[in-house]
Design a protein around this ligand. Structure first.
Ligand SMILES: Cc1cc2nc3c(=O)[nH]c(=O)nc-3n(C[C@H](O)[C@H](O)[C@H](O)COP(=O)(O)OP(=O)(O)OC[C@H]3O[C@@H](n4cnc5c(N)ncnc54)[C@H](O)[C@@H]3O)c2cc1C
Length: 431
């Protein structure tokens, strides 16, 4: 096996997209701003654009470089992101009506983003390539097939059932027991989408402030006092768009979010024939494993990207490089000799009910908890929360659910590495 670990620790996507943004220094910012958004990923950018187009003066403040969170470092797999429980699980937990509403809202968010990208003509390598999801056990195939039939019937969401005997036309791995193809799913270049959104925001006069970590927010009669290490400013309205990076500044949100590190590797360019064997239709892919591995070709079809949960909460590139490489080669032994050029990670946010949440807490608006599937959700819910802030609607079916917390959990996911190792063990031994 080629385990030469000389890889870049920056996302593959950053190689061909310059995310340098014209920013305002924190010291230069006015003492009072109208709308202040904390965070600068998809949620923030999508909300900022909607608010600025409605005439609001919007300031985005980001603790690190602009858009350096999950939004510019994800896999770019784009789909409706139906709930983790599946249709039957959803009905059991929430009841028939709420389950139907959740499925429809997921699809609405996905359609919204596709339409937005096309209307705004954002060049982000959007490809309606479809997604193959492989069954790792024969029983998984049965439930995937049942779910596919329900999706087709309930939502008119076309899904093809692929028997094991036909699966090599979809994926070059012997590990699966058939699967399904979600034919409407898509892929994109996340950093290009970020760049396109930033440009649209800049055209609307949105102010960007980088290296500006919000340390404290206090509500007063005029709005909020927002404190940074260097200074304080006043903001009439605040939106928290920090998802997996949500911290102590908003302890009420932090305790409702389980941050999990997601990691990815990129291979060197593969020969056309090797890529054709691995991913014959150049779709996005995933399986039914608990650790949620996902993979896809790059937009030019030359390299292979493979991602999954990292076992540690901290950023440990050597650890996830080996872990992802090992799992990629277990699925595709054809890649044993392939060099890995990039390995990187970022934080995603799970909610305890696996539903994204948006609303108002302690007077501040928020949208977060995309459960690892935030490309469509963050963009769509960023737009919806902005509509709520404007008093122009923005209703979603997520509004009917409280944002749950968990007894004894205050936002420190100390137990996650053990839980993820258990999932890894369970995947391996088929529990
Ligand atoms: C490796 C990886 C792969 C993924 N793959 C996919 C995929 O293929 N498909 C999919 O749908 N989703 C995927 N996701 C999830 C998706 O990227 C996220 O759900 C989405 O980008 C969240 O966007 P956001 O704007 O809410 O948060 P982010 O983009 O994470 O932005 C949050 C920002 O808030 C900032 N911040 C936090 N606290 C403060 C503070 N106090 N002051 C100032 N700024 C602060 C952070 O620095 C950060 O930049 C992936 C995520 C990762 C990490």
């Amino acid at each position: 096996m080629n385990t030469n670990a000389n890889f870049s620790n920056t996302p593959f996507w950053h190689d061909d997209v310059d995310l340098t943004v014209q920013t305002t220094a924190l010291e230069q910012l006015c003492d009072t701003v109208e709308v202040l958004i904390v965070g600068s990923g998809f949620t923030a950018l999508s909300a900022a654009l909607t608010l600025a187009r409605a005439g609001k003066s919007v300031t985005i403040v980001e603790a690190q470089d602009i858009a350096s969170g999950a939004s510019s470092r994800n896999g770019g797999l784009l789909g409706p992101s139906f709930h983790k429980l599946g249709i039957q699980g959803l009905i059991k937990k929430f009841g028939q009506q709420a389950a139907d509403d959740l499925l429809k809202e997921s699809l609405k968010g996905f359609d919204w983003l596709l339409d937005f990208i096309e209307t705004e003509k954002i060049d982000c390598d959007l490809n309606r390539c479809g997604r193959f999801r492989g069954a790792l056990r024969p029983a998984h195939f049965k439930s995937l097939a049942q779910q596919a039939e329900s999706l087709a019937e309930k939502l008119d969401y076309p899904v093809k059932i692929i028997e094991k005997s036909e699966q090599y036309a979809e994926v070059g791995s012997t590990k699966y027991h058939g699967g399904v193809v979600y034919t409407k799913d898509a892929s994109l270049h996340p950093a290009k989408l970020v760049k396109g959104l930033i440009q649209l925001c800049q055209q609307q006069g949105v102010t960007f402030v980088a290296q500006a970590k919000v340390e404290k927010i206090t509500q007063n009669s005029a709005g909020f006092i927002v404190e940074f290490a260097q200074r304080k400013i006043n903001a009439a309205t605040v939106l928290i768009a920090t998802n997996g990076y949500t911290g102590d500044v908003t302890a009420q949100l932090k305790k409702r979010i389980l941050p999990i590190r997601s990691s990815m590797i990129a291979t060197e360019p593969l020969s056309a024939s090797l890529m054709k064997r691995i991913s014959p239709n150049l779709r996005t892919h995933g399986g039914t494993d608990r650790l949620v591995f996902y993979y896809r070709p790059t937009p030019d079809g030359k390299r292979f990207l493979f991602g999954g949960r990292a076992l540690s909460y901290r950023d440990k590139p050597q650890e996830y490089y080996h872990f992802l490489r090992q799992n990629m080669c277990a699925l595709f032994p054809q890649l044993q000799q392939t060099t890995i050029t990039h390995a990187w990670s970022g934080l995603v946010a799970y909610s305890f009910d696996h539903i994204p949440h948006l609303g108002v807490k302690n007077g501040m608006y928020y949208a977060m908890g995309y459960c690892g599937s935030g490309v469509a959700r963050a963009n769509y819910l960023g737009h919806q929360i902005a509509l709520k802030m404007l008093g122009q609607g923005g209703e979603t079916c997520f509004d009917q659910f409280d944002f749950p917390d968990q007894a004894l959990y205050s936002g420190n996911p100390w137990f996650m590495p053990t839980l993820l190792r258990w999932h890894s063990f369970a995947d391996k031994w088929g529990f």
